[in-house]
Design a binder for this molecule. Structure first.
Ligand SMILES: [Zn+2]
Ligand SMILES: [Zn+2]
Length: 243
């Protein structure tokens, strides 16, 4: 079996030589980023909010239990959030083709970075749930970018991925900017289909990008109403300025 796996690996390597998914430079492991691309991202590996993972600009040691103003004022509903990197030119350049250009191969390095982002937490989710897309968006895009990220994360935790307990109504993207506008646009957008699968469960939500946290907060409300006991979130990147 081991020999067969090794043979298949060499065959795949021969047909698809390992190259960085972003710039095509040679890399050792299939699907991994090259060093240059890796360092172009602003990974959240310094001081951050203990609750939502918001990165602090200061490199001073603020202590292990520091909270951002949003969490300190109780406006972040989730039990814990982590993101792998900051939403900036580098992550936007990867995110747009991943989300809208069919570059689904990016899911590999993105999900690995998200598992890394959760390394300093002790969460033990029962379910991993990608943030649902409205059917109309799913049909036009052909895939839910969050589902591709959630699959390896569910595997890493050894738990199932939930794709059908919550559905999402289609709403036009109105280009909302502020937290209040975004919260209004997702209000009542989700419907619970299978409350039995949610009741008593600790749920890890997965999304590609976190902007104001409005989508996570709305899902938290719906899931807790359906009997969930904890809701966590993880994203590849997040907006790291306050509006
Ligand atoms: Zn590269
Ligand atoms: Zn926070």
């Amino acid at each position: 079996m081991k020999i067969l796996r090794k043979y298949l690996k060499s065959l795949i390597e021969f047909i698809y030589p390992s190259s960085c998914p972003l710039c095509n430079a040679h890399v050792e492991t299939h699907g991994e980023l090259c060093g240059d691309c890796w360092t172009s991202f602003n990974w959240i590996d310094g001081a951050k909010c203990i609750h939502c993972g918001f990165p602090f600009a200061s490199s001073f040691d603020l202590g292990p239990n520091m909270m951002c103003p949003t969490c300190a004022s109780g406006k972040c509903e989730l039990d814990l959030i982590r993101s792998a990197c900051v939403y900036d030119d580098a992550s936007r350049a990867a995110m747009l083709p991943y989300k809208h250009g069919g570059r689904i191969q990016y899911a590999r390095f993105m999900s690995r970075a998200m598992i890394w982002a959760l390394r300093d937490t002790d969460i033990s989710p029962d379910i991993v749930m990608p943030v649902p897309l409205a059917n109309k968006r799913l049909w036009s895009r052909g895939y839910n970018q969050a589902t591709l990220l959630a699959r390896p994360i569910a595997r890493a935790f050894g738990v199932r991925m939930d794709l059908d307990s919550i559905s999402r109504e289609y709403r036009e993207n109105m280009g909302h900017k502020t937290s209040a506008q975004r919260a209004q646009n997702v209000h009542n957008v989700f419907t619970v289909r299978n409350p039995d699968k949610i009741k008593g469960k600790k749920i890890l939500l997965v999304d590609d990008v976190m902007t104001t946290g409005a989508t996570f907060n709305e899902l938290h409300r719906v899931l807790m109403n359906a009997g969930a006991v904890a809701v966590y979130g993880v994203t590849f990147c997040r907006v790291a300025h306050v509006d």
